[in-house]
Design a protein around this ligand. Sequence first.
Ligand code: ADP
Length: 164
Amino acid sequence: MDLEVVVGDITVLETDAIVNAANSSLLGGGGVDGAIHRAAGPELLRHCRRLGGCEVGRAKVTPGFALATTWIIHTVGPVWRGGHDGEPELLASCYRASLTCADEVGARTVAFPAISTGVYGYPIGEAAVVALDAVTSSGTDVQAVTFVCFDDANRRAYRAALGS
Ligand code: ADP
């Protein structure tokens, strides 16, 4: 599997699928979730209303609507509560469940944001290690994964995790 780390806006990528760091309602929110809903257009929210939400650590897939990507995989990361409340396992589950969704729709190139590291407060250094471990250890047909960082501090955390 090819791994890439880039700084930028995930909503403009042309990968087969992009992953959304959603909340359990799947009805939109702030951060990357808000950006994806704005860019995908109102059809995405109409579609998400029918999905009945999503549990933490799980994922559900929708079309990309107005985005260049074919699919949007919506996953719900854990809120950071200090690290002893199952956060690493739940975060790893988000990455694995997202790749399972990608396999189900035949997506071969997938871009992930740094799930849970915004409003949900997961420390980026630890989140990057979990993300890389979960992706590289999963038996998926996905051929290329792009980790999309919104800023340079996030990029450095992924570079450090890749180096270790
Ligand atoms: P969460 O609620 O899971 O913490 P956030 O959206 O608050 O989700 O943040 C997750 C990560 O996504 C953060 O690192 C944030 O900087 C990043 N992010 C926000 N907007 C975008 C975007 N348009 N493209 C890529 N990453 C983004």
